[in-house]
Design a protein around this ligand. Structure first.
Ligand SMILES: [Zn+2]
Ligand SMILES: [Zn+2]
Length: 344
C-alpha cells in the first residue's frame, strides 16, 4: 500500500508541477522564487560542484547537442520493448483485435519520420541571400517587431516575427522556440513537422495507455478477482476494492503497471502541450510571441495594447490571424518555403 501511495503521490506531483510551471512560467513571482531557491541552494553546495552543474546545464540547454535525442529514443525504445514483450503477447492471447494492437507501431513509424524531419529540416534560417523574401512575409509593427532592425550577430535585417536563436546562433523566420528534444529550432518551415510529431507522440502514448488499461481490466474480469475477499490488518473480512486491486496488480504485474503509470502521465503532459500548440496554430501565434505577450495594433480596433501584456485583456485579435483555415494553411503550406524553392 505504501508503495502505491508513494507512486500516486509522485504521479500527482509531476502533473501538478508541470501544470504549475506552464501557468506560472510568465509570472514575475516564479522568477523571484527560482532566484531565491537558487541562492539558497548555492549556500549549501560547494562551489566546484555548482560550477560543474552550471557547466552541465549550459551544455544541455544552451548548446546544440544530441543528449535529448538519445534520451528520447531510449525512452521510446524502452516503452515499445515493454509493450512488445509483455502487453502485445498477453493481449493476443486474450483475443484483442490485431488492428488495435498494431496501432501504436503505425503511430511509431509516422512519429519517427516526423521526429527525423523536425531534427534535420531547415526551420527557416535567415541569410543575406534570402532576407528580402522573409522581410516581405509579415507586416511590421512599431511595438513588437519594428522596421529596419538588424541582427548584428548574423548581419541580416530582422523580418517581423523572426528571432535570433542563441543556441543555434542564427536568425529564424517565424521563430517559435528552440526544442532540445529535436535539437533544432522550430520555425516557419518545420512547424508542420513538429506539430505532426507531437500529435503522433501524444496519440501513441494515449493508445498504449488505453490498451494497457484494457488488458488489466480484462485480466481482473477473467480472474473474478473483484469478487474475492481479504482479511485486513484488524482481522476483518473485506471485499476487494479498487485500491486493493491496483496494489495487487502492482505486485503481480509491476512492469506493466509502472509502464501504464508512465504513459498515462505522458498522455496528460503531451496532450496538454498539444492543445496549447494547436491553440497557437489556430490563432496564428508563436510560442515566442505568446511568451512575450505580444499584441500589436489591432486591425479592427486601432489602439495600442499595453506591452508586456497587462492584467486586463484588451484585444482579442492579433494582426496575423486570418481565420482558422488560413492560419492552418500558413503552418502546413508556408508561402515563403514555396517561394524559396522557386528562387533556387
Ligand atoms: Zn541573428
Ligand atoms: Zn535553435
Amino acid at each position: 500500500m505504501d508503495f502505491l501511495i508513494l507512486f500516486l503521490f509522485y504521479l500527482a506531483l509531476v502533473l501538478i508541477g508541470g501544470v504549475t510551471i506552464c501557468i506560472c512560467s510568465k509570472a514575475h513571482y516564479l522568477k523571484v522564487l527560482v532566484k531565491g531557491a537558487a541562492q539558497m541552494i548555492s549556500h549549501m553546495i560547494p562551489e566546484y560542484l555548482q560550477r560543474a552543474v552550471l557547466k552541465l546545464l549550459h551544455y544541455l540547454f544552451h548548446t546544440r547537442n544530441h543528449t535529448f535525442i538519445i534520451l528520447h529514443l531510449l525512452l521510446q525504445g524502452m516503452i515499445y520493448a515493454e509493450y512488445t514483450w509483455e502487453i502485445f503477447g498477453y493481449c493476443l492471447e486474450l483475443g484483442f483485435s490485431l488492428r488495435y494492437l498494431l496501432l501504436p507501431y503505425l503511430l511509431l513509424v509516422i512519429n519517427l519520420v516526423f521526429f527525423m524531419l523536425s531534427c534535420v529540416s531547415n526551420p527557416g534560417t535567415i541569410t543575406k541571400a534570402n532576407e528580402f523574401l522573409f522581410l516581405q512575409a509579415y507586416e511590421f509593427n512599431a511595438m513588437t517587431f519594428p522596421k529596419n532592425m538588424k541582427c548584428f550577430t548574423c548581419n541580416v535585417r530582422k523580418p517581423a516575427r523572426s528571432k535570433h536563436c542563441s543556441v543555434c546562433d542564427r536568425c529564424v523566420h517565424r521563430f517559435d522556440h528552440h526544442c532540445v528534444w529535436v535539437n533544432n529550432c522550430i520555425g516557419a518551415w518545420n512547424a508542420r513537422y513538429f506539430l505532426i510529431y507531437l500529435l503522433t507522440l501524444a496519440a501513441s502514448a494515449a493508445t498504449m495507455a488505453t490498451v494497457s488499461t484494457m488488458l488489466l481490466v480484462q485480466l481482473v474480469v477473467l480472474s473474478d478477482l473483484y469478487l474475492e475477499t481479504y482479511v485486513d490488518d484488524l482481522g476483518h473480512l473485506q471485499v476487494i476494492d479498487i485500491v486493493f486491486l491496483i496494489q495487487y496488480l502492482f505486485l503481480t504485474l509491476p512492469r506493466i503497471v509502472f509502464m501504464l503509470g508512465f504513459v498515462v502521465m505522458l498522455s496528460f503532459l503531451l496532450g496538454g502541450y498539444l492543445c496549447f500548440t494547436l491553440y497557437l496554430t489556430a490563432t496564428n501565434q508563436t510560442t515566442n510571441e505568446w511568451y512575450r505577450g505580444d499584441r500589436a495594433w489591432c486591425r479592427h480596433c486601432p489602439r495600442v495594447v499595453a506591452w508586456p501584456r497587462s492584467a486586463e485583456p484588451q484585444v482579442s485579435r492579433n494582426i496575423h490571424s486570418r481565420g482558422l483555415w488560413s492560419n492552418l494553411g500558413e503552418i502546413f503550406l508556408p508561402d515563403t518555403a514555396h517561394r524559396a524553392k522557386k528562387m533556387n
